[in-house]
Write a protein that binds this ligand. Structure first.
Ligand SMILES: Cc1cc2nc3c(=O)[nH]c(=O)nc-3n(C[C@H](O)[C@H](O)[C@H](O)COP(=O)(O)O)c2cc1C
Length: 187
């Protein structure tokens, strides 16, 4: 049975939610899927899967270091298999140029150029942040384009779930095309 790995990094949990949603969409199409937090597992082997989606979130302009390391370590498998990358940030909600820049930096750092990339809006979880983080994030939200929320008594989620679903369905189309091309090759 076709099995898809969704390997992700998360700091406050929004990318984990997106990874689980991606796994659900994959399963709804009749395939197997495993969402794995890269930080919790050292022995995940992408080359044992039929396709890999990697995800990470942005803090202070950078994706999680352990995701960058994971991509460097497994670049061969990511290049061989149908693969995709999604980046979660506030910039993806309103400043797609900045959000795209984060991905370009990851490509430079790892020399992996994912064939499919998605930029997803993240979350402002004011009620979960400590005092200092809450106030820093309020200031950033106020200054950023895109009309981010500044009411610190509540949380804001900017992830567009329909866009996540479309990304997964496009990835599954890539997977089917790769398979069709593979089976058409002469033995
Ligand atoms: C301390 C901190 C720094 C952040 N820095 C950035 C940033 O530089 N650019 C940006 O677009 N989003 C930034 N964000 C927003 C996060 O990318 C967003 O909250 C995302 O949902 C986090 O995903 P996670 O919950 O999976 O870690 C920051 C968030 C926090 C809490």
């Amino acid at each position: 049975m076709t099995n898809i790995l969704i390997a992700y990094g998360t700091t406050e949990g929004q990318t984990a939610k997106i990874a689980e949603y991606i796994a659900d969409v994959v399963r709804s199409h009749g395939f197997e899927a495993e969402a794995v937090n890269i930080k919790d597992t050292h022995d995940v082997a992408p080359d044992t899967y039929d396709g890999v989606i990697v995800g990470a979130s942005i803090h202070l302009g950078k994706h999680e270091k352990h995701v960058v390391k994971f991509v460097e370590q497994h670049r061969d498998a990511l290049e061989r298999l149908p693969s995709a990358f999604f980046s979660v940030s506030l910039a993806a909600h309103g400043d797609s140029e900045e959000a795209q820049g984060y991905v370009e930096q990851l490509e430079k750092d790892t020399r992996w150029v994912p064939p499919r990339v998605a930029l997803f809006g993240g979350a402002l979880l004011y009620t979960h942040y400590g005092f200092v983080k809450r106030h820093i994030m309020k200031r950033i939200a106020h200054d950023k384009p895109g009309g981010l929320g500044t009411d610190t008594s509540r949380d804001y989620v900017y992830t567009e779930w329909d866009g996540v679903r479309r990304f997964v369905e496009d990835f599954l189309t890539d997977l089917a095309s790769a398979r069709a091309a593979g089976s058409a090759e002469p033995n």
